[in-house]
Design a protein. Structure first.
Length: 163
């Protein structure tokens, strides 16, 4: 257990990867890397696109790769299982929350409040999650009502410094 400034953090055993690798980047053994076409044609990429109900072939888009990369890294680190917890700010309708919840993770997800989302133009983009149900439509194996909340969906309100 690590204790620092009154916080305690339990160490999680994660397989350590070298900081610099000479191999072609891939999703099977992810390290800090850029997206490549080869990764977007890999079985791991197709798997995560299926799990998130997102298109893949022949669409090569950075955002799809980012979802696959994040989910693959979390999976490789053992973080996609019951009892694991996550926190997402401004998640909108991104598929990560639903996929994590489908695997038993407990995730707190937030988005802007509806007034601010409308004012900033997010409400009309199809990316804004106005309700809990909007977060619940992306995971392939998500049992009904897996995502739940007590009270109101947490909202973020950003105050701009006008000085």
């Amino acid at each position: 257990m690590i204790t620092n400034s009154g916080f305690s953090i339990e160490k999680t055993t994660i397989k350590h990867q070298p900081l610099i690798v000479n191999d072609e980047p891939n999703l099977t053994n992810p390290v800090s890397q850029v997206a490549t076409e080869a990764q977007c044609r890999s079985d791991a990429f197709y798997y995560w696109c299926e799990e998130t109900r997102l298109p893949h072939e022949p669409i090569f888009h950075r955002k799809l790769w980012e979802y696959a990369y994040i989910l693959q890294c979390l999976s490789e680190a053992g973080m996609m299982s019951p009892g694991r917890r996550g926190l997402g700010f401004g998640v909108g309708k991104e598929p990560l929350v639903a996929v994590m919840a489908a695997r038993g993770c407990s995730v707190v997800a937030t988005d802007l409040d509806s007034e601010e989302a409308t004012k900033q133009g997010w409400a009309g983009t199809g990316q804004y999650a106005a309700t809990l149900e909007a977060l619940n439509d992306r995971a392939r194996h998500l049992p009904p009502r897996t995502l739940r909340i007590q009270g109101e969906l947490p909202r973020c309100r950003y105050e701009q410094d006008r000085s």
